[in-house]
Design a protein around this ligand. Structure first.
Ligand code: SAM
Length: 338
């Protein structure tokens, strides 16, 4: 079916990048993301079934102009029906780009099946290269699994493999150069993300956040050069790393996602679907639109598409973190989908 509708908002932005959270559960307990005991997970009946997820992705791609689908969570590799969901998305016309963001645990086993199912690329989150620090930060002893997962993703062709790193003051902010060398040596593309007020514990503090400027200063030894490739709607500003190539033989790059100090809301092209079927038009939105209710009430594809369009039209101009009236969303990052 041709795309007749668009996910446009009042500020001229059109969403083409769909982030689908496949579960709110995670097998790590990163200190900056969730408490040690975990969270009250979604009851199974509230979570979208595989068929419901597939249907919403199909509506997004074939009716609403979605060209890119990123699977996230929670930890998306924990979703049992993952391979079928990816395979189904890869069979859509027009074929969307398919990406996934993972902590890397289980990727050693799943990288090849995911590639065969049609996944194009992967981002693996890694905040430290020190196994003991990894255990302290994630409250799990799984560093070796992540390393194996990264290697497997590269070998399976889920390239360029990107590494997402959140630097935190006094915790891992001394590791920027080491992470950079690790990425360069293995042909991975490193992206630093500024820490955002999306933790379940509501402990985010602007003063402990490591800023984009500080990240770039920590990478001084690499003589980073401005990247001539336009950033477009990508959240990361990228720099070239002279003298290095990535695994595909392209000039090596490093990215910085300055969500807080260098917001890119004006170029945002994302729409988000939570694991329980709520559309969010922004990571920081405080309201949601319930597509699950429509699905389960027997709504037609047209009715669901229409509700999605309306949900996106109300997107605010910016995330408003700097506004005195800023309210952290009730859902933490793990339940929205990072
Ligand atoms: N489990 C998957 C993973 O680890 O990549 C996907 C979900 S996780 C929430 C996605 C990304 O969000 C990770 O790179 C994580 O480090 C990042 N993240 C979590 N809380 C964050 C915060 N408050 N600010 C910025 N990034 C955050």
């Amino acid at each position: 079916m041709p795309s007749v509708l668009e996910l446009a908002d009042r500020f001229g932005r059109v969403a083409r990048d769909l982030r689908v959270s496949l579960t709110d559960r995670c097998n790590l307990r990163c200190t900056y993301c969730m408490p040690e005991e975990g969270l009250a997970w979604l009851p199974r009946e509230e979570q979208l079934t595989d068929d419901e997820v597939r249907r919403l992705i199909r509506i997004g791609v074939s009716m609403l102009g979605i060209t890119e689908v990123r699977f996230t969570g929670g930890e998306p590799l924990l979703r049992r029906g993952l391979l079928d969901i990816v395979r189904d998305a890869a069979s859509l016309t027009p074929r969307p780009q398919l990406m996934l963001t993972s902590n890397g645990i289980g990727l050693e086993r799943l990288a090849v099946p995911l590639r065969e199912a049609g996944l194009d690329r992967i981002n693996v989150s890694l905040d430290t290269l020190d196994p003991e620090r990894f255990q302290a930060l994630t409250r799990r002893d799984r560093f070796a699994d992540v390393m194996l997962g990264l290697t497997a993703a590269n070998a399976a062709g889920l390239t360029p493999v990107k590494i997402n790193t959140v630097l935190m003051r006094g915790i891992n902010d001394d590791e920027a150069p080491a992470l950079m060398r690790f990425a360069l040596a293995n042909g991975y593309q490193l992206r630093f993300i500024e820490q955002m007020p999306l933790d379940a514990q509501h402990r985010w503090d602007r003063h402990t956040m490591v800023t984009a400027d500080e990240i770039l200063a920590a990478l001084q030894e690499f003589d980073l050069q401005p990247d001539s490739v336009s950033r477009g709607t990508a959240p990361a500003e990228t720099w070239l790393v002279p003298g290095h190539l990535d695994a595909a033989g392209n000039p090596a790059r490093v990215g910085v996602i300055g969500s807080v100090t260098r917001p890119f809301c004006g170029d945002c092209d994302r729409t988000r679907l939570t694991a329980d079927g709520q559309v969010r038009n922004c990571l920081f939105a405080t309201d949601e639109s319930d597509l699950r209710k429509l699905l389960r009430a027997g709504a037609s594809d047209d009715q669901i598409a229409e509700a999605w369009v309306i949900a996106m039209r109300g997107k605010r101009a910016g995330h408003g973190i700097d506004d005195p009236s800023f309210l952290q969303p009730a859902r933490p990052m793990s339940a929205i989908g990072g």
